[in-house]
Write a protein that binds this ligand. Structure first.
Ligand code: PLP
Length: 453
């Protein structure tokens, strides 16, 4: 059977508020051409992020009703802890309100002035928390990660030669941890192979440095390994995920991704003394160790979500439906980052509108065009997000279409593909943009634009 169906039925629906293109023109202008300033109800298909936007299952909602809201020692905490322990094998598990709270605690413990933290590619909040502690965040991707089209099955891999060189040049005493992000969010949702994780483990052992995973999309990474890595086809995604965690000394997780919840995070580790210090910091700002800034119902929803995300019919649907969108765009001649990643498709905005120079934000022009054509909200990942006065533009000018989990059906995705293809056909009419107002930092959230005619 060539068609892979969504492995769920719909029990509760949320209406989509439809808009006309005249209305969207007005909304776009009122928001100064910045989609972060558009109200969600004015968006037809929202692909801004896959974080916290997933649909929960009937079992997750049932767990929310069953949850134990006791301050200390709630049943919901023990269910959460035993699920996370079964999936990861980690002995010490702390709930946090989201991924960045786990990051803040970890880097408050092991970061600091003069330290260097290597990663295949830091996610923006991971970088910010590392650097907030005074440490330097160092990205060590493989060269293929910077290529638009590459056949490499594991473009998310850490550059092992560069990691070794960093240890030799910086010295192990200044490297408090090596992080690997699975899948590599900043690098296009590309997976990391087991072989690569084993190599990182070996280097960390050689230099006596702990190895942590930034494991927000661990289940998607495990599925890619099952599909692509030699000798892994007959193993379950759960078994592969367990081996990934077995190679590490700890992990940071935002449950808003593969936990399929709207809020939540986890901090996991093997070292008992580090756990005691982390618990103290958690109590200081997040909450007691058995709830970590969440309600008991959030812990129930997380426990159930982490179990569901490893089901193979779900993972097959998830990865295939992202690739489905990517392949439709490729067939229509739209350049995307290849191969398609796990949680998102990235359009190459430079080739989409070669007539718009980078100083005029081709990615932002595509984002505004997609909203005009179909009411679709995508995210610019290029010069608006990463360049600012004095800093160079990033290597690639991309527009990310992040796919929320279990939210949109195949016809929604067909509609997205048709809208993009329609915009691509009239791309010569897209106009460059200029920024007329911007804040001092993280300008993509609030900057105001105008079109250059
Ligand atoms: C989302 C994300 C984070 C941060 O998690 P939040 O829940 O948004 O705080 C960290 N690392 C990666 C790879 C992520 O995708």
């Amino acid at each position: 059977m060539p068609t892979i169906i969504e492995p769920f039925k719909i029990k509760v629906v949320e209406p989509i508020h439809m808009t006309t293109s005249e209305q969207r023109e007005e909304i776009l202008r009122a928001a100064s051409f910045n989609l972060f300033l558009v109200r969600a109800r004015d968006v037809v298909i929202d692909l801004l992020t896959d974080s916290g936007t997933g649909a929960m299952s009937a079992e997750q909602w049932a767990g929310i009703m069953r949850a134990d809201e006791s301050y200390a020692g709630a049943d919901s905490y023990y269910r959460f802890e035993s699920t996370m322990c079964e999936i990861t094998g980690m002995p010490h598990i702390l709930p946090t309100h989201q991924g960045r709270a786990s990051e803040r605690i970890l880097f408050e413990l092991i970061g600091g002035e003069g330290k260097v933290v290597p990663n295949n590619a830091h996610f923006d909040t991971t970088r910010a928390n590392t650097e907030h502690s005074g440490a330097k965040a160092l990205d060590l991707p493989i060269p293929e990660a910077g290529e638009m089209s590459s056949e490499h099955p594991f473009k998310g891999n850490m550059n092992i030669a560069a990691l070794r060189k960093t240890f030799e040049e910086v010295g192990a005493e200044r490297i408090p941890v090596v992080l690997v992000t699975i899948t590599n969010n900043s690098g296009g949702g590309q997976p990391v192979s087991l072989e690569n994780l084993r190599e990182v483990r070996a280097i960390c052992d050689e230099f006596g440095v702990p190895f942590f995973l930034d494991a927000c999309r661990f289940a998607e990474n495990a599925w890619f390994i099952k599909q692509r890595e030699a000798g892994q086809q007959d193993r379950s995604a759960k078994d592969i995920a367990r081996e990934m965690f077995d190679l590490a000394d700890g992990a940071l997780i935002s449950a808003k991704k593969d936990g399929i919840v709207n809020i939540g995070g986890v901090l996991l580790m093997r070292d008992k003394s580090m756990f005691q210090h982390a618990s103290n910091l958690l109590i200081l700002t997040e909450g007691f160790v058995t709830y970590g800034g969440l309600a008991g119902r959030d812990l129930e929803a997380m426990a159930q979500g982490f179990e569901e995300v490893l089901r193979e019919d779900y993972l097959n649907y998830r990865i295939r439906s992202t690739a489905y969108l990517g392949n439709k765009l490729l067939d229509a001649g739209v350049r995307i980052l290849e191969p398609p990643g796990g949680h998102a498709i990235y359009i190459d905005a430079s080739s989409f509108c070669p007539h718009i120079p980078r100083e005029q934000f081709p990615g932002q022009a595509v984002v505004c065009g997609l909203y005009r054509v179909g009411g679709i909200r995508a995210c610019e990942i290029g010069s608006v997000m990463f360049a600012s006065a004095g800093s160079p533009p990033p290597a690639l000018e991309l527009v990310r279409l992040a796919i929320p989990r279990r939210v949109y059906t195949q016809s929604h995705i067909d509609y997205v593909a048709e809208s993009i293809v329609e915009l691509h056909e009239k791309r010569d009419s897209l106009l460059g943009m200029r920024i007329i107002e911007e804040p001092p930092a993280l300008r993509h959230f609030t900057a105001k634009f105008e079109e250059i005619s």
